[in-house]
Design a protein around this ligand. Structure first.
Ligand code: LMR
Length: 404
C-alpha cells in the first residue's frame, strides 16, 4: 500500500520556521512566516486578549457544547461589522451571509468550495490571482477544481505595482471572471493600490461584471487603523460589486493557533442571502461540522465590548507602529550608514507585515546559508521578525549579499 504516494516537498513557509528552530547559531533571524514578534523576538499575546481570556475563564455559564454550524453569532456579526462597517447598508438590509471558519485559510477554502459548486463561471472554472500571491492560494483553489490564473501585479522594475498590466487583464478577462484581491497589506509584496487606483479597478470590475474574492488577513496591520484598512472592501460593496471576503484574526489579534476567521458573502437580497447561508451550512457541516469556540469567544468579547475594542485598537497600533519603525530603521541603515547600492525607497513605501526586498533567489538563499537569516526565496521578509537588537546584523547581511 501507498507505493503510489509521491514524497511532497515541505511547505515553503513553515519549513523556514523548522529550519530556524533547529539552527544553533546565536544571531539567527526568522523573517519567514508572517507572525508578529516583539522587540525580543518573542510571540506577543495581546494584553486585550489576555484580559478577554480571563473573562472567559471566570465565566461559569460557559460550557464546551457545540457551536451552531455557522459559528458563534456574536462573533460573526461583530466580524462582519468590523470589515463592512458599523453602518453598512448591506448588513442592515440582511444581505450579508457570515460564517465562522478555520481562520483565513478555512475562509478561502469555504469560499472557493462554494464558488466551485454554485458560481456561474463563464467557461472554465478559474480564478485570477495576483502575480505573485500567497503560495497557499494555488493549492486551495486547485483542491476544489478551480484553476488558478495570474494577473500582473508586481513590477520588479519599480518594486511597485504593475497597475497598467493589472487593469489590462481585468479588461481582457472574460466577463464575470473571478479575481482574488488582497484587501490591504498585500502578501507577499507589501504593495497596495492607492485609493485612486482602487477606484479605477472597481470601475473595470463593475463594467466587466467580475466577481471580487477579497482576502483580508491584515486589517489593522497596514496602517494601524482598522477602518482605513477596510476601505477597499467597503468601497467595492458601495459600488455593488458581487463579492465575498475571507477574514482572519490570526495576525491582528495574535490568535494564530486558535484559528479564528470568517467568510462573508455579500449578496443582492436577503432572500438570496438565506439560500446562500443554507448551502454554506451544508458544506460546513460535511467538512468541520461546527467551528471551534475558544478563539471566537475571545474575539466576540473584544468586538462587542467598547472598552475592550479600544484596547484592541491600541494593541494593533503597538504592533503596526513597531513594524513601521523597523521599516524606517532598515531604510536608514541601508541608505545612510551602509550606503548599500540600489534604491531602498520601497522598504518604507510598502505596507503591512511584509516587505518585498527585490533581492534575487540566489541572494535570498545566500542570506539563509551565509548569515542564518531565514526568508522565502522570493525575497519576501516579515518585517515583524526585525527588532532593535537584530536589525543592524540583518542590514549588514543584506548589504553583503547585494554587493555580492
Ligand atoms: C505567511 O504568509 O507567512 C502567513 O500567511 C502564514 C501562512 O499561513 O503562510
Amino acid at each position: 500500500t501507498w507505493n503510489n504516494v509521491p514524497l511532497a516537498p515541505p511547505d515553503s513557509i513553515f519549513k523556514l520556521t523548522a529550519a530556524y528552530k533547529a539552527d544553533p547559531y546565536p544571531h539567527k533571524i526568522n523573517l519567514g512566516v508572517g507572525a508578529y514578534r516583539d522587540d525580543d523576538s518573542k510571540p506577543w499575546v495581546l494584553p486585550v486578549v489576555k484580559k478577554a481570556s480571563q473573562i472567559i475563564l471566570n465565566d461559569a455559564t460557559l460550557d464546551h457544547e457545540y457551536l451552531p454550524i455557522t459559528g458563534l453569532s456574536e462573533f460573526v456579526t461583530g466580524a462582519a461589522r468590523l470589515i463592512l462597517g458599523e453602518n453598512s447598508p448591506a448588513i442592515s438590509e440582511g444581505r450579508v451571509v457570515s460564517v465562522q471558519t478555520i481562520s483565513g485559510t478555512g475562509a478561502n477554502h469555504l469560499g472557493a468550495l462554494f464558488l466551485s459548486r454554485y458560481y456561474h463561471f463563464n467557461g472554465d472554472k478559474a480564478i485570477y490571482l495576483s502575480d505573485p500571491t500567497w503560495a497557499n492560494h494555488f493549492a486551495i483553489f486547485n483542491n476544489v477544481g478551480i484553476k488558478p490564473l495570474l494577473y500582473p501585479y508586481y513590477d520588479p522594475k519599480t518594486i511597485g505595482l504593475d497597475f497598467t498590466g493589472f487593469i489590462a487583464t481585468l479588461q481582457s478577462a472574460p466577463e464575470r471572471s473571478v479575481f482574488l484581491l488582497h484587501a490591504c497589506a498585500h502578501n507577499p509584496t507589501g504593495v497596495d493600490p492607492t485609493e485612486e487606483q482602487w477606484k479605477t479597478i472597481a470601475d473595470v470590475v463593475v463594467a466587466k461584471q467580475h466577481y471580487a474574492f477579497f482576502d483580508t488577513a491584515y486589517q489593522g496591520f497596514a496602517s494601524g487603523d482598522l477602518e482605513r484598512d477596510a476601505t477597499a472592501v467597503r468601497y467595492f460593496v458601495s459600488r455593488g460589486v458581487p463579492l465575498l471576503v475571507c477574514q482572519s484574526f490570526a495576525k491582528n489579534a495574535g490568535l494564530y493557533g486558535e484559528r479564528v476567521g470568517a467568510l462573508h458573502i455579500v449578496t443582492p437580497t436577503k432572500e438570496t442571502a438565506d439560500r446562500v447561508r443554507s448551502q454554506l451550512s451544508v458544506l460546513q457541516r460535511s467538512e468541520i461540522s461546527n467551528p471551534p469556540s475558544y478563539g471566537a469567544r475571545i474575539v466576540a468579547l473584544i468586538l462587542n465590548n467598547p472598552e475592550l475594542f479600544e484596547e484592541w485598537k491600541a494593541d494593533i497600533r503597538t504592533m503596526a507602529g513597531r513594524i513601521i519603525q523597523m521599516r524606517k530603521e532598515l531604510y536608514r541603515l541601508l541608505t545612510e550608514e551602509l550606503k548599500t547600492p540600489g534604491n531602498w525607497e520601497h522598504i518604507v513605501n510598502q505596507i503591512g507585515m511584509f516587505s518585498f526586498t527585490g533581492i534575487s533567489e540566489v541572494q535570498s538563499k545566500a542570506l539563509t546559508e551565509g548569515a542564518h537569516v531565514y526568508l522565502t526565496t522570493n525575497g519576501r521578509i516579515s518585517m515583524a521578525g526585525l527588532n532593535s537588537k537584530n536589525i543592524r546584523y540583518f542590514a549588514e547581511a543584506l548589504d553583503g549579499v547585494v554587493r555580492g
